[in-house]
Write a protein that binds this ligand. Structure first.
Ligand code: IPE
Ligand code: IPE
Ligand code: MG
Length: 250
C-alpha cells in the first residue's frame, strides 16, 4: 500500500535541506496600494504578478509543493466591492493562467469550501484540476474560502461518514481526510505584510512547520525575498521535540 500520510507528531520526519513544501500567507496588498494612493484592488492585481514569479521561482528551485492562501473563510467580511473584485480576479486568473501552469508541469489543486463560489468559478477549478492532474513538477495548492477550523471539521465529518460504526478517530484517520491529504506537512511557512499570526490558515498541518514572518508587502515579494526565507529556514534546527545533542549531524 502506498503510504499517503507522514506525521511530524507520530514519527520523526526528515528535515530536508530544501523545503519540500512552502505555504504562504500573501498579505499586504491593500497597504501596498494605499502607500501609492491607489485603490486596494490595485494591490491585489500586482499581487497576482508576484504569484506568477513565486511559482516560477519554486519550480526553478525544485520545491515540490507550494500552497498559497488566496481568500480566507473570514475574508467575506470585507466590503462587498472588494470581495466582488477578488472573485473577478480569481476568474480572470483561472481563465488565463491554467494553460500556462499546465505547460510548465504544474499540478493545480484548490482547497476550501468551494460551494460558496459562483458556478463559473467552481467549473474553472474543476477543469483546471482535471487538466493538470498528471503533472509532477510542482503541486500548487490555492486555498480559497479556506479556514483551518473548517478543514478539521470537514475531515471529521468525512471520516464519520466513511466509518459510521467507529467511535475512535486517530491522528492518521483525521489527516487522511484533510483537504490537503495529498501533500506532506509544510516545512516552511511564510507570511508577508508584517503581521505575526496564522489567521486560520493550516492549523493542523503547521504543527512543526518553521514559521517565517517578513515585513515585505506581498506585491514586493520577489525571488530574492523567497531565497531569504529559504535561507532562514536552512539555519533552523528542527528538533521535533528532541534535544540538540540527539540530532545526527551529517
Ligand atoms: C492579502 O492582502 C490579500 C487578501 C487577503 C485577499 P490584504 O488585502 O489583506 O492587504 P492588507 O493586509 O490590507 O494590506
Ligand atoms: C489572511 O490575510 C488571508 C489571506 C492572505 C488570504 P488577512 O489580511 O485576511 O488576515 P488578517 O485579517 O489580517 O488576520
Ligand atoms: Mg491583510
Amino acid at each position: 500500500m502506498i503510504r499517503r500520510y507522514f506525521s511530524s507528531t507520530a514519527e520523526i520526519p526528515k528535515a530536508p535541506p530544501l523545503p519540500r513544501h512552502i505555504a504562504i500567507i500573501m498579505d499586504g496588498n491593500g497597504r501596498w496600494a494605499k502607500k501609492r494612493m491607489l485603490p486596494r484592488v490595485a494591490g491585489h492585481a500586482v499581487g497576482v504578478e508576484r504569484v506568477r514569479d513565486v511559482i516560477k521561482a519554486c519550480t526553478d528551485r525544485g520545491i515540490e509543493y507550494l500552497t498559497l492562501f488566496a481568500f480566507s473563510s473570514e475574508n467575506w467580511r470585507r466590503p462587498a466591492e472588494e470581495v466582488n473584485h477578488l472573485m473577478e480576479l480569481f476568474v480572470m486568473v483561472l481563465e488565463r493562467e491554467v494553460k500556462k501552469l499546465h505547460k510548465n508541469g504544474v499540478r493545480l489543486k484548490v482547497i476550501g469550501d468551494l460551494s460558496r463560489f459562483t458556478p463559473r468559478i467552481q467549473e474553472l477549478v474543476t477543469q483546471g484540476e482535471a487538466l493538470t492532474a498528471g503533472n509532477t513538477k510542482l503541486t500548487l495548492t490555492v486555498a480559497a474560502n479556506y479556514g483551518g477550523r473548517w478543514d478539521i471539521l470537514q475531515a471529521v465529518d468525512a471520516w464519520r461518514t466513511a466509518h459510521p460504526r467507529s467511535h475512535h478517530i486517530t491522528e492518521a484517520d483525521l489527516a487522511e481526510h484533510l483537504s490537503m491529504a495529498y501533500a506532506p506537512e509544510p516545512d516552511l511557512f511564510i507570511r508577508t505584510g508584517g503581521e505575526q499570526r496564522i489567521s486560520n490558515f493550516l492549523l493542523w498541518q503547521l504543527a512543526y512547520t518553521e514559521l517565517y514572518f517578513t515585513g515585505t508587502l506581498w506585491p514586493d515579494f520577489d525571488a530574492a525575498a523567497l531565497d531569504a526565507a529559504i535561507e532562514s529556514y536552512q539555519k533552523r534546527e528542527r528538533r521535533f521535540g528532541r534535544t540538540s545533542e540527539q540530532l545526527v549531524k551529517p
